[in-house]
Design a protein around this ligand. Structure first.
Ligand code: NDP
Ligand code: PYC
Length: 345
């Protein structure tokens, strides 16, 4: 496959089709020492985020992947070891590699177990997750399954009522099929804002809304740089988000055998950015449930939500952006594209 020529849409913006972006990102991962399989998996993930307008985890993350690989913190050649431990439980040791190839290695077994037992758990440990979480769950919903996933990240969130950071930004992603339309999918950090969005705001020189974080003295701040330079984030929703973040630590780390967000020390690996933690997935086969077809029931819920005036479901914005990217290509500014090309050399 060759990189298709881009079409200039403005002097500063160019578009690439999805396959061309995947190929460019694959070249970057390969150039920085990953196996072919890891390169393909991460390139598809990252290009998918960019295509869907999930910018905090699209190509913005590529320099971080590269510096991490160069630092020796992560094993880009790791071969995940899958263990079939119970009728509804699969474990994977990701071998200090990325979580997505570990999921890919265990996926067929996980689905087989979910369909036979009605529910199955995938516990990934010794893994790095530096991406959006929805790509890990949405495909299950396209197969008629319900999926929930949690992953913990790196200490930067102050538990509600505490003085200092301990939790990671710890996202939760959920996907469920529905009869007419795209699956119902949400994916949210349990911090008031994702760390990636704080970095983007700092880069653009923008202030944050109130209530997102504190500075190095623990004082509320709207300055993203103050949060990044010795400050910390807050959970969303006070004690409620804090409880969910705690749950993510328990499920993604304690239950998998991975590190808590506070347990790893990357200080000897300058450039390391990827949290070395764990990830849990729970997959349910709704055909085992009583009553009407689940996808019809979820469609009814959506119909009722629209009936009370709801204009936007979680996932709608991504799917609209996906359709636009499909029709018009994925827009990247010229400098970003030049930087990506340089990293591929
Ligand atoms: P957002 O707050 O942007 O969005 C959270 C969810 O709410 C999305 O499903 C979004 O749908 C939906 N949503 C947003 N606004 C509305 C609205 N007005 N009405 C209805 N639904 C809405 O996400 P976060 O900033 O919390 O997280 C961003 C990303 O960061 C996630 O993909 C997450 O997985 C990732 N992340 C990854 C970490 C890791 O360790 N790997 C750590 C922390 C975060 P839509 O997508 O359609 O906008
Ligand atoms: O945006 O909070 C975040 C994040 C942490 C790890 C990957 N993304």
């Amino acid at each position: 496959m060759t990189v298709s020529p881009e079409m200039a849409v403005s002097s500063n913006t160019q578009t690439l089709d999805f396959d061309a972006l995947v190929q460019l990102l694959e070249q970057i991962f390969l150039r920085h020492g990953t196996s072919t399989e890891v390169a393909r998996t991460l390139a598809l993930n990252c290009a998918g985020a960019e295509r869907d307008g999930a910018h905090s985890h699209g190509v913005f993350r590529i320099p971080g992947y590269v510096s991490t690989l160069n630092s020796g913190w992560v094993n880009g050649q790791a071969v995940p070891v899958v263990e079939d431990v119970a009728s509804g439980f699969v474990r994977v040791d990701a071998g200090n590699g990325f979580a997505q190839p570990a999921l890919a290695a265990a996926r067929a077994l996980l689905v087989e177990k979910a369909r036979s037992a009605g529910i199955a758990v995938l516990a990934i440990r010794n893994s790095h997750h530096f991406a959006a979480l929805w790509p890990d769950v949405e495909p299950f919903a396209y197969e008629g399954l319900v999926a929930l996933s949690v992953v913990n990240s790196m200490t930067c969130v102050v538990p509600h009522g505490a003085d200092r950071p301990l939790f990671g930004t710890n996202p939760i992603a959920f996907a469920a099929p529905r009869a007419d339309g795209e699956p119902i999918v949400f994916d949210l950090a349990t911090s008031a804002i994702a760390h990636g969005d704080v970095q983007i705001a700092a880069r653009k020189g923008e202030r944050l809304p109130a209530g997102m974080g504190v500075d190095s003295l623990g004082q509320p701040t709207q300055d993203p740089k103050a949060i990044l330079e010795g400050g910390a984030l807050l959970p969303f929703g006070g004690h409620k988000g804090s409880a969910l973040s705690m749950m993510v630590e328990l499920l993604a780390a304690a239950l998998t055998g991975g590190n808590f967000s506070f347990e790893f020390d990357w200080s000897n690996h300058p450039g390391a950015k990827t949290p070395w933690t764990g990830q849990l997935l729970i997959v349910i086969d709704p055909s085992k449930a009583a009553g009407q077809n689940f996808a019809e029931r979820s469609q009814e819920l959506v119909r009722q939500m629209h009936g009370v005036g709801l204009k936007r479901l979680p996932g709608d914005r991504r799917h609209q952006q996906r359709a636009k990217s499909g029709a018009q290509g994925i827009a990247l500014d010229a400098e970003t594209l030049a930087n990506l090309r340089a990293l591929a050399q």
